[in-house]
Design a protein around this ligand. Structure first.
Ligand code: NI
Length: 140
């Protein structure tokens, strides 16, 4: 049998956004999206948890080197999001609602291939937007 081991790296970013559908009235946006629909933007301190899985390397016993995992996350995702406006500045979020759900799905797409090159497989992208809310995406 094989031993599948899961390892995770946390990164953090601060970013602005608003949740607004242009085809809805301000009242409906407020009703559905609450405070996140506020027209003049607001920010969150997001925590991003990336979990990869794989078998242990027999020489190092690592699944992957977490500092390499961190480099991939920073290059592909954090550098594009940190201190940016998610709606306006982030190429992979253009034209999309900046919900935590959509962020998780789009971050997955940014990371999947580069993490495979480290010899592991992306398992979960988890994003914590506030202390009490988090979203997880497992790739399908
Ligand atoms: Ni918000």
């Amino acid at each position: 049998y094989t031993t599948m081991v899961y390892i995770s790296r946390r990164e953090q970013f601060s970013a602005a956004h608003k949740l607004v559908r242009e085809d809805w009235s301000a009242e409906k946006n407020l009703e559905i999206f609450g405070k996140c629909s506020s027209p003049n933007w607001h920010g969150h301190n997001y925590q991003l948890f990336v979990t990869v899985k794989g078998e242990q390397n027999p020489d190092t016993s690592f699944v992957a080197n977490l500092s390499d995992v961190s480099k991939v996350i920073c290059e592909k995702v954090i550098s594009k999001l940190d201190h940016k406006n998610i709606n306006l500045d982030v190429d992979f979020m253009h034209g999309k609602l900046s919900t935590t759900e959509t962020l998780a799905v789009e971050i997955w797409k940014q990371l999947e291939t580069s993490l495979e090159k480290l010899g592991c497989e992306l398992h979960c992208v988890k994003i914590q937007e506030t202390e009490n809310n988090y979203v997880e995406f497992f790739g399908k």
